[in-house]
Ligand binder design. Sequence first.
Ligand code: ARG
Length: 458
Amino acid sequence: MKLWGGRFTKSTNSFTDHFHSSISFDQRLYKEDITGSIAHAAMLGKQGIIPKEDAELIQKTLKEILADIEAGKVAFDEKAEDIHMNIETILIERIGDVGKRLHTGRSRNDQVALDIRMYIKTEIKEIQTLLKNTMMILNQIAAKNTETIMPGYTHLQRAQPITFSHHILAYVEMFKRDYERLTDTYKRTNYMPLGSGALASTTYPLDRDFVAKQLGFDNITLNSMDGVSDRDFCIELVSALSILMMHLSRFCEEVILWSSHEFHFIELDDAYSTGSSIMPQKKNPDMAELIRGKTGRVYGNLMGLFTMMKGLPLAYNKDMQEDKEAVFSAVDTIKMCLPVFTAMMETMTICKQNMYHATKGGFTNATDAADWLVKNGVPFRDAHAIIGQLVLYCINHNTNLDDLTLQEYQAISPVFNETVYDAIRVEKCVAARNVKGGPSQEYVQKLIAINDDYLKTI
Ligand code: ARG
């Protein structure tokens, strides 16, 4: 008979058992479930709700079950539905009537709400460790490339010269925010729901604060219906992970572009590239493409969770069993993508000459030429028009601003003199952008130091 079978006269149809069982995926929560049950049992004993010896035997047996699961000695049963009832069933098989006292003052509804919170808290810390490592590696790449000059783009058209450090550090800023978003999610997940019961709490004198302390929660939930029925912290986690994936995906898109023959700004290490089964010359950026592709999976998990929750009346509904696969999938995806991405970046070769060369075409120093005119008394709008004419002249004569003669310059504006050449050297253009937040060789050094300090505090 099922643990809840008292009021039933028939057993469930076997297909139904398969349909509503979640053990195939929620067995991942075995540790959280057992740890939560140990704290609950300890509290029941302390409060005199069940005999102390029973509470002790339950705790001891739960620890043995945990060790047996970890040793691969336990087979779960689909008929026992989920991880909560599988473990309770095993407990009762081992210690009989004493085991039947564990579920006093508790429901699976607050139990699962506890387990998923505990799981998410652990995973947030692990993801943050991986993300911190990614930021450290990127900051190191930036430190080695403060003098590496490349074109910056808008509309994927060459725009203005920057340092490669500056480009890399843009992503470090995004990842810093991703890290902080996870810290925020952790704060709001850190509420202990046991004691909510099925929905309306319990008549037993539970010590909820004791359980929270045992399990490392900073707070308890303050409304039993809310405690069992919201999954906003799951949505918040997968939302933070979706944003993180979006950032990774954009970076991967650039890695894919940069490793093409057309750009040739980087070369990926053989260990992070793949070949073609037909074209012998190919070396493909598959890892970057897969990370870009897997972003869709995480967004899908987010949409699934939102849609699953949107119409649910308070309090618990079985729909919510669907939360777990979405959360697991998002967490697993991120935990695979981050280390692959980081290693791919760490091992790539940076083709500095090609980057530098690319700043020479595309008139990336045109703004600086206009700024030179402004510094020599020409209003900016006029300067813009003059340089526009010069650019057109260069296009028609297949040359660039650096290679025009002074006569050619002066034919368009008499204001020009020899000093313009130095002002429009790309090294100069970059160095001159030395405001806080700019790409200059000097400022990126400062930002790298700021990041080093930040990484020490997290
Ligand atoms: N397996 C269920 C879930 O994941 C546990 C809670 C079930 N509660 C219930 N009343 N059916 O949500």
